[in-house]
Design a protein around this ligand. Structure first.
Ligand SMILES: Cc1ncc(COP(=O)(O)O)c(C=O)c1O
Length: 375
């Protein structure tokens, strides 16, 4: 089976080096927030042009503490999109604010046209999600938000390696949250996350709040949470770090191949439209016969996935606590999108097979609609 993600291969590839480092950590007893964590934060800071980088134990916590650092809570509204992982909206709810969901463009990203009509006097922040590693247009989003005195927290959970004008996304706004979950382009061997900010006050708050507000072992100056990254995760990430750019290059190479090979097909190319700077965490095509295409690929040993089949505003969690809303583009896309494999463990042979299989589906079913889609 050609897998849609490379979680197992990523864990396996460098495991000997990781275990070797872990063997050094065990006798030192330096298990939480140790030297490996500091080294990892320094590496991330350097990737982000010297911004503060504060590790946590998830991308969700990084979003949560960024919102708290900005003083966002009950009575406030935060705008984001509905076609994201539930954590984006969960973090807003967790600080007691009200999530307001904007529709997206055909590139699956929120933009100023969908966000601007949602501003009210209660709006305190917008969370643009660089979904699939595609960069949201940050220049116009920041201009809009600054004009309204509204903060911007970037959800970069899927966007390590995504750039705007050659710079890592996540450094032009008030704060950004990255996920280090094993499924990500650059993941640990368990949960992890990192908050990036150029604002020293947000950085100081996040650094304290991730560790119960402790200033010394016995003095807490602000109530916080336990969101410390542990040394074993940081050590694994430090081992992987020098390979990240190579992995990103391979994702872009595969995406460029798909762009050429799928350009004239009914399925088309990535919905991001070849945005420069995309890191291709996901490569997503669209088909009116999406479920049939997914089954056809599976029949030939190719795993494709739907991210996300149920947008947040159609989830039970939303409907229990928020009024029903309609987001026409988000809903239409959720019925048509399909993520095809795009990761650095795919061989040339794999990607050729994927293209040929998609083309064979298109040839048989897209142009002969009277034919039944195989079950
Ligand atoms: C868009 C998005 N936001 C937030 C998160 C949350 O990250 P984590 O799982 O590290 O808490 C994820 C993780 O999948 C995500 O994809």
């Amino acid at each position: 089976m050609i897998k849609c993600n490379n979680v197992l291969e990523q864990a396996r590839d460098l495991s000997e080096f990781i275990f070797e480092r872990w063997r050094d950590i065990l006798p030192a007893g330096d298990f939480v927030l140790g030297d490996d964590v500091s080294r990892f934060e320094t590496w991330m800071s350097q990737r982000c042009m010297g911004a503060y980088a504060i590790s946590m134990n998830s991308g969700t916590d990084a979003l949560l503490l960024a919102l708290r650092a900005l003083g966002i809570g009950p009575g406030h509204e935060v705008i984001t999109c509905s076609n994201t992982f539930v954590a984006t909206v969960g973090a807003i709810v967790a600080v007691g604010a009200r999530p307001i969901l904007a529709d997206v463009g055909d590139d699956e990203l929120i933009n100023v046209d969908t966000v601007a009509p949602l501003f009210t006097e209660r709006t305190r922040a917008v969370i643009p999600v660089h979904l699939r590693g595609r960069p949201v247009d940050m220049d116009s989003m920041l201009t809009l938000c600054r004009a309204h005195g509204v903060a911007v927290v970037e959800d970069c959970a899927q966007a390590i390696g995504t750039t705007i004008n050659g710079k890592q996304v996540g450094t032009s706004s008030d704060a950004a949250a990255f996920s280090l979950h094993p499924l990500k382009t650059f993941g640990g061997l368990g949960d992890g996350g990192i908050l990036v900010t150029t604002n020293p006050e947000i950085a100081a708050y996040a650094r304290r709040a991730r560790n119960h507000g402790l200033q010394t072992r016995d003095e807490s100056i602000v109530f916080g949470i336990n969101s410390r990254l542990d040394s074993l995760q940081a050590a694994a990430l430090n081992i992987k770090a020098p390979y990240l750019d190579r992995w990103l290059r391979r994702r872009r190479e595969i995406a460029a191949f798909y762009d050429l090979a799928l350009a004239e097909t009914a399925t088309g190319t990535d919905l991001g439209g070849g945005k420069p700077g995309s890191s291709y965490y996901h490569y997503v095509v669209k088909s009116a016969k999406r479920d049939g295409l997914q089954r056809h690929l599976a029949k030939y040993g190719i795993q494709a996935a739907v991210h996300y089949p149920v947008p947040i505003h159609r989830q039970q969690a939303w409907l229990r606590s928020q009024p029903p809303i309609a987001l026409p583009t988000t809903e239409r896309l959720s019925r048509e999108i399909l993520t095809i494999p795009c990761h650095h463990h795919l061989s040339d042979c794999d990607i050729e097979k994927i293209v040929v299989t998609i083309r064979s589906f298109n040839a048989r079913y897209e142009f002969a609609p009277e034919r039944r889609i195989p079950s």
